[in-house]
Design a protein around this ligand. Structure first.
Ligand SMILES: Cc1ncc(COP(=O)(O)O)c(C=O)c1O
Length: 97
């Protein structure tokens, strides 16, 4: 049995009850986060940013926006995904040194 999730919960600066889970890949972590959010909210839709890469499972590939690189000829993809521009703040991006 692994104690990492309990240790993570102990140091996380988040008030109230919390749980942590270890996943074996980024795609699995994204899928788990979405399943958890859907179960908690009862909502299905997901918002994903333009330019996003989220992995190679069906759902994470559906969330990924770089079509030619990661999606061409691989559809159909998962429904209820809505894409929005990434909210870059003007002047926020660090200047090159
Ligand atoms: C934001 C993001 N989500 C998900 C993934 C997928 O991770 P994995 O290749 O471990 O499934 C990546 C990988 O680069 C990523 O950058």
């Amino acid at each position: 049995m692994c104690a990492w999730p309990e240790k993570l919960c102990a140091i996380a600066p988040i008030p109230g009850p919390k749980k942590a889970m270890i996943n074996n890949s980024g795609a699995e972590a994204v899928e788990t986060a979405i399943a958890t959010a859907r179960a908690a909210t009862g909502r299905q839709a997901i918002i994903a940013f333009e330019g996003a890469y989220h992995g190679r499972t069906l759902l994470t590939q559906s969330l990924t926006s770089k079509y030619a690189l990661f999606k061409k000829n691989f559809g159909p993809f998962a429904p209820e995904i809505y894409r929005v521009p990434y909210p870059y703040l003007t002047g926020w991006w660090p200047r090159t040194r």
